[in-house]
Design a binder for this molecule. Structure first.
Ligand SMILES: N[C@@H](CCC(=O)N[C@@H](CSS)C(=O)NCC(=O)O)C(=O)O
Length: 230
């Protein structure tokens, strides 16, 4: 699915319009989404350590980056955006209105971030922080869940604005309203699940349908909730 050589980047981008970029220090995923016709692109959760890699790739692919959107306000996510704005003319930053962070665009439930003929729709999914959002593609085939929902896990709720009850509600009432086939693209991969499953063959683990059916271990006991069986 995600061949990460330059040729692979081009091929994958032209097929799906989305690229997954890993930062190993914080195990964070940055996502680059583009309309392959108009070349308009959006970046989700850019990381400071990989800003040069990301901007080089954007340039090589001939993309026009219009919005850098952060799924929430934590240092492993937002750090690259200010610098990126200095280096990319016209780039706008976006984050939830409830994040408390400064940005060009403050997002709330149902807002759209267009790029060419595509768009991302905002679902507010608080719990890891008050200002966490999930970004869903217009066809509901992909959901960028930030730290709300990871693969076989979720974001921690034991610090800052964390609230297990809110997160449980966000996952069940917001993310689980998406179709079974919708693929989850989380902000982190601490355990190698994406490498094992999205990268290779078993896509089912990252489908909403899998979560809904199994409720497998979505919350870590040390972060307040244990299982998510509805
Ligand atoms: N387990 C992580 C530790 C880093 C961490 O706490 N990450 C946060 C998101 S960034 S604030 C989190 O919610 N993690 C979920 C979890 O299950 O750890 C590590 O291995 O580095």
């Amino acid at each position: 699915l995600l061949s990460l050589c330059q040729k692979g980047f081009r091929q994958f981008l032209s097929q799906k319009g989305v690229l997954l970029l890993f930062e190993s220090e914080s195990s964070t995923y940055t996502y680059l989404l583009a309309d392959t016709n108009t070349k308009e692109a959006v970046i989700i959760d850019p990381v400071l350590e990989t800003i040069d890699r990301d901007l080089k790739l954007i340039k090589e692919l001939g993309l026009s980056l219009t919005v850098a959107v952060n799924t929430h306000c934590h240092a492993d996510h937002i750090t690259s955006t200010g610098l990126m704005k200095q280096r990319v003319a016209g780039l706008k930053s976006a984050i939830s209105k409830f994040s408390g962070a400064t940005a060009d665009i403050h997002l709330t439930e149902g807002d759209n971030i267009p790029f060419g003929r595509h768009s991302l729709t905002v679902k507010e999914t608080p719990g890891h922080t008050d200002g966490c959002i999930t970004l869903v593609t217009g066809d509901q085939s992909m959901a960028f869940t930030g730290d709300a929902l990871l693969i076989r896990g979720c974001g921690r709720t034991d610090f800052q604005q964390g609230c297990a009850k809110k997160l449980y509600h966000s996952v069940h009432e917001k993310i689980f309203t998406l179709p079974d086939e919708c693929l989850i693209y989380p902000a982190h991969d601490y355990l190698g699940w994406l490498k094992t499953h999205i990268h290779t063959t078993d896509l089912k683990l990252s489908h909403i349908g899998h979560y809904r059916k199994t409720g497998v271990g979505m919350f870590h006991s040390r972060f307040d909730l244990v299982f998510m069986n509805a």
